[in-house]
Design a protein around this ligand. Structure first.
Ligand code: TXA
Ligand code: MG
Length: 397
């Protein structure tokens, strides 16, 4: 069944919050927010909205039919729990904790520093927890975040509902950082998208578990591991980073990994390590000239459909070290090359990552994407986590 998807404009500048955190808005923004609130208040209602990390696909976290509507719009496996988003600590205590339990002390310094912002914490599920089991998928913990984006906070505050909200992409696709990305994946599947411009962080929130001993980093994201240790106090000094889904020692990783995620349609080759990249890219293509079949190139030979996959158009995303000569080299070999810089700072690379992958894939429609990685410190931990999941092949430079 197809619905008409409306895209409504919203502007953070039109929103203000009073001392108790109550939101008010003016002009079109007010009208759009009101329409979104009325969708969310009906069972089964879902709305895509901007957050500072990525766009979310939100629904009332207290209502099972509403949460289920998220899973079906995304075609998301129903065993992956969702984050409940709140507008304030006051709302978290009143609506989610029902004034019956408190937020574990271990989180206090981190919430003081990073909320609102790109940090998600786990809280224990108790018999009083009103969050739908469709959201927690029967775990004994649930995830909560207070987004910083004024549109997200206003929507949650005006509806006075905790919103379950995964990233608003179709399952396995790169997360959306603009309303156009959401529309591409969700057109006809959801009734409304609030368009508040581009998400400025660009990767999802960091998910931490302070209930386990030692505490764990479950997903690297918009708050760095270094900052969690710096601001978290003694309890966070021995935080353990949960194992990434891909093993790191491999030089070439074959496709068909269990955790396909963030994936453009065109295969992604990730170059890890530092160097000018010329030899690595040259080795990848061997002596071949455009057009090539993926099956001609050893590193690509195991891609699905390699025999029939022709490569003539190559997208290159570089960061800090790769030489522009790579583009020349491939152009001389007859390939059509689209070379873009992801940026040089960690913040720029995070912000551009998903949008540039989508652009090469969906707009330029390249046959192959080559990406230069970065070291795994600060923003690099989240960036490389996303790139490894997006990549079909990883090559050490
Ligand atoms: O930045 C973000 O976090 C975005 C925006 C929209 O807020 N949301 C987001 O949601 O990325 P999603 O559903 O794509 O990712 C939620 C992550 C998943 O990796 C999920 O497995 C994990 O949080 N998660 C949720 N509840 C959990 C729980 N109780 N225990 C462990 N992991 C949990
Ligand atoms: Mg997601």
């Amino acid at each position: 069944m197809s619905v008409h998807t409306r895209v409504l404009p919203v502007r953070g500048e039109d929103i203000s919050f009073d001392e108790s955190g109550r939101a008010s808005a003016t002009g079109d923004t007010q009208t759009s927010l009101q329409e979104a609130v009325s969708v969310l208040q009906k069972p089964g209602g879902v709305v895509a909205f901007p957050t500072e990390t990525v766009y979310g696909l939100g629904a009332n976290a207290l209502d099972t039919d509403s949460v289920r509507a998220i899973y079906s719009a995304k075609k998301r496996p129903a065993d992956n729990p969702l984050i409940a988003h709140v507008a304030s600590l006051e709302q978290l205590r009143r609506v989610v904790l029902r004034n019956k339990s408190d937020i574990p002390k271990i989180y206090e310094p981190l919430l003081a520093k990073f909320w609102p912002g790109p940090l998600t914490i786990l809280l224990p599920v108790t018999e009083d927890t009103p969050i739908s089991t469709a959201c927690t998928v029967g775990q004994d913990t649930f995830a909560v975040r207070m987004p910083e984006h004024p549109v997200a906070r206003a929507l949650i505050s005006m509806s006075d509902l905790p919103l379950a909200a995964p990233s608003a992409n179709a399952s396995t696709r790169p997360s959306p950082t603009a309303a156009a990305h959401v529309l591409r994946d969700m057109d006809g599947r959801i009734p409304m998208i609030l368009d508040g411009g581009s998400s400025h962080v660009g990767v999802e929130s960091t998910v931490i578990d302070g209930l386990s001993d030692p505490p764990m980093l479950l997903r690297p994201g918009g708050v760095s591991l270094e900052d969690i240790k710096k601001y978290g106090g003694p309890a966070w000094q021995n935080i353990v980073v949960a194992k990434a889904t891909a093993s790191q020692g491999e030089t070439v990783r074959t496709p068909g990994m269990k955790y396909r995620h963030y994936s453009p349609t065109s295969p992604v080759v990730l170059f890890e390590g530092t160097g000018n990249g010329i030899n690595s890219v040259s080795d990848l293509f061997g002596d071949h000239k455009s057009p090539i079949k993926a099956s001609d190139v050893p590193a690509l030979a195991q891609l699905p459909g390699a025999d029939s996959r022709t490569v003539t158009k190559v997208g290159i995303l570089t960061t800090r070290e790769f030489s522009p000569k790579i583009a020349e080299l491939l152009t001389q070999r007859g390939f059509e090359v689209i070379h873009q810089s992801l940026g040089t700072t960690g913040a720029e690379i995070s912000r551009n990552l998903f949008a540039m992958l989508r652009h090469l894939d969906e707009d330029v429609k390249v046959d192959l994407i080559l990406v230069e990685g970065i070291p795994e410190d600060h923003e690099g931990l989240a960036v490389m986590n996303r790139l490894r999941k997006a990549a079909s092949v990883a090559i050490r430079v």
